[in-house]
Design a protein around this ligand. Sequence first.
Ligand code: DGL
Length: 283
Amino acid sequence: MRNNFSRKEGAIGVFDSGYGGLTILSEIRSLMPQYDYIYLGDNARAPYGNRSFEVVYRFTLQAVEWFFSQNCHLVILACNTASAKALRSIQQNDLPLLDPQRRVLGIIRPTAENINAFTKTGHIGVFGTEGTIQSQSYELEIKKLYPYLTVIGEACPMWVPLVENNEYDKPGADYFVKQHIDRLFKKDPQIDTIILGCTHYPFLQKKIKNYLPKHIHVIAQGKYVAESLKIYLTCHPEMDEKCTKNGTIRFFTTESPEKFSQQASLFLNKKIEAQNINIDTLC
Ligand code: DGL
């Protein structure tokens, strides 16, 4: 083993490049409030969306090692870009060396599993970061389960900065929202279901819906990730035993803790206190 992590039980780790994973954490927490959670936003290095495979993989691995050092046995990559670009390598190459008993799970598969229930036309749109769309991860996962569906991606590189900079509900955001909706429907006018394939995008959901006809389903991932995690923990009692249950959440950021606390309190609608950590010396 590459590291000697403590065997002690610990919280469930939830990771994102920035604030987006909070949309996933909220849903997980409301379904399973009894567990302890640690949230880490790598805000200092966000956005990940247009970074290379190697960089997203390295940053994500650093985060995973940090969670393991905090006694987390289970880590959720609440970030599509990290799930698309780093999850497989970490699961296949790093976990066996770091600690084969720990688990790192992504959020693309649970979303893909549920999509069939919504569409009538069989045409699915996916909004995501450049990295997620280029990886074609949604298309691959959805087609493994439902080969008859058509999946069309649209990369929206400006949407994450709008959220990270708290501009997502300002009038300037409308231009970028409309631009990508128009582009998606130009590629395929038959789309009737759209996946918000980036955990930051639910913050823009209200604006997105304003520009869409009422019959289009807009799917945010949080609910499906939470349900899938619950099933996972039920089916894996050996992992469930390693997850402590005192109902706590702790927040960490690689950027200013004051800024994170202020923003995250707004997003979560309750006051939180974050701590700063440095993970770029790991791995
Ligand atoms: N929220 C993340 C995702 O789901 C990452 C966005 C970014 O950092 O570009 O893809």
